[in-house]
Write a protein that binds this ligand. Structure first.
Ligand code: MG
Length: 406
């Protein structure tokens, strides 16, 4: 690598306000991760890994020029989502990809601040972008990288005579740092570094720019810039990026009774069951769904079914109780929560609930759009004692377990 390339220094009082460009590298095939899809197209929460980085750069007010390096597969997958991005062809190696991008930025001046980021680090956010731009725009430094300390002991590893990997000398980790992306440069340095590198392959741009004699200042990195390399990294990123809000568990209890009368359809657990009697009530009197609705409202500390659907209101006459339960489920979703489990007990002398248990679980899971495994339905008699034992009515009780954001 040439050492004779001059290292120009751009110090510009106005640069703290000037727009910034970004090269987002999404050309990798992700062979090490063993995914069927390229790793940048793996799903992470509500969108692909690549889209997390695209969002961060689109939302940053200083970034005006956005360039994505991607192959045809990524372009096809993203389609209209690529609006606002100039696309460069992916090269066989990372370095060729950056060179392809630089060729499309020929109209930008050498003192343009440019970020280079690997799409395999979806946790990029405005804070780290701000730190990098501030370091370079101030004029105190001309290139910046985000770094983190090394938490593990680091040691050389070597083969013993029997061919086993054995521990060698420990490396002083206090002098080492993990280098992340995005990395911030002046475009002139990045151009010169890539021109000087020739065929020398580098794992990032910082080492090429440093080879010019440029000093790169370290700014605080971010654990969330974790790189997606292996399949298990996707689990780590999922936990860090998609589940950031601390949640608490809440439980609620519901209890309901309705009277059995002849010549009414028997609605119980969202289905009708053939029986000589049905339950009497203002709505369809589905005692099981009412208990479940109250259990969920209880977990939300959000009143009870009568508060939301007053029996005095004629519009609920004959109403199908699935809408009450659906409403309670929507209240959970609206609060950013999720139902984790429901346990329902139906107390009736007759009819037998057992043969209908699966259909009831299925219907409840359908109304609430939750897995059937989250819905338990049990039935019991009261040994011919009391109003349920005398077949005067049916009772139901339920416990709902939900999680809610703190
Ligand atoms: Mg009721």
């Amino acid at each position: 690598m040439s050492e004779s390339v001059p290292a120009p220094c751009y110090i510009d009082a106005d640069s703290s306000q000037r727009p910034v460009a970004v090269i987002l590298l999404a050309g990798g095939k992700g062979a090490r991760a063993g995914f069927s899809l390229p790793k940048q197209l793996q799903r992470l929460g509500h969108q692909s890994v690549l889209q997390w980085s695209m969002d961060a750069f689109e939302q940053h007010p200083r970034i005006e020029t956005r360039l994505l390096v991607a192959d045809d597969g990524v372009r096809d997958a993203l389609g209209a989502r690529l609006a606002g991005w100039t696309i460069a062809d992916a090269g066989a190696e990372r370095q060729q990809s950056v060179a392809n991008a630089l060729a499309l930025l020929a109209n930008l001046p050498d003192d343009q601040i440019i970020l280079v980021h690997d799409a395999a680090r979806p946790g990029v956010d405005g804070a780290v972008i701000d730190r990098l731009i501030a370091a370079v725009a101030s004029g105190d430094h001309i290139a910046a990288i985000p770094t983190l300390p090394v938490p593990d002991t680091l040691a050389h590893q070597q083969l013993d005579a029997a061919g086993h990997d054995v521990m060698g000398d420990v490396v002083d980790r206090s002098a080492l740092a993990r280098v992340q992306t995005p990395q911030a440069f002046r475009l002139g340095h990045l151009r010169a570094a890539h021109a000087a590198a020739g065929g020398h392959a580098a794992t990032d741009d910082a080492q090429l720019v440093r080879a010019l004699g440029v000093t790169l200042v370290a700014v605080m990195g971010d654990a969330r810039l974790h790189k997606l390399t292996y399949a298990e990294d996707l689990m780590i990123l999922n936990a860090m990026l998609t589940n950031q809000r601390p949640m608490r568990t809440a439980t609620g209890m519901g209890y309901d009774v309705h009277k059995l009368v002849p010549d009414r359809p028997l609605w119980i657990g969202g289905i009708t069951i053939d029986h000589s009697h049905g339950l009497l009530g203002h709505s369809d009197a589905d005692v099981a769904l009412h208990a479940l609705t109250d259990a969920i409202l209880g977990a939300l500390a959000d009143g009870d079914i009568g508060d939301h659907f007053p029996p005095t209101d004629p519009k609920w006459a004959g109403a199908s109780s699935d809408r009450f339960l659906e409403f309670a489920g929507q209240r959970v979703t609206a609060r950013g929560g999720r139902i984790q489990h429901l346990d329902l007990t139906i107390i009736a002398e007759a009819p037998k609930i057992g043969p209908h248990r699966l259909a009831i679980r299925h219907r409840i899971s359908e109304i609430l759009n939750i897995p059937i495994d989250y819905v338990s339905v049990k039935a019991t008699t009261s040994e011919k004692l009391g109003f349920t034992g005398r077949r005067e009515g049916i009772a139901a009780q339920a416990i709902a377990t939900i999680i809610l954001p703190e």
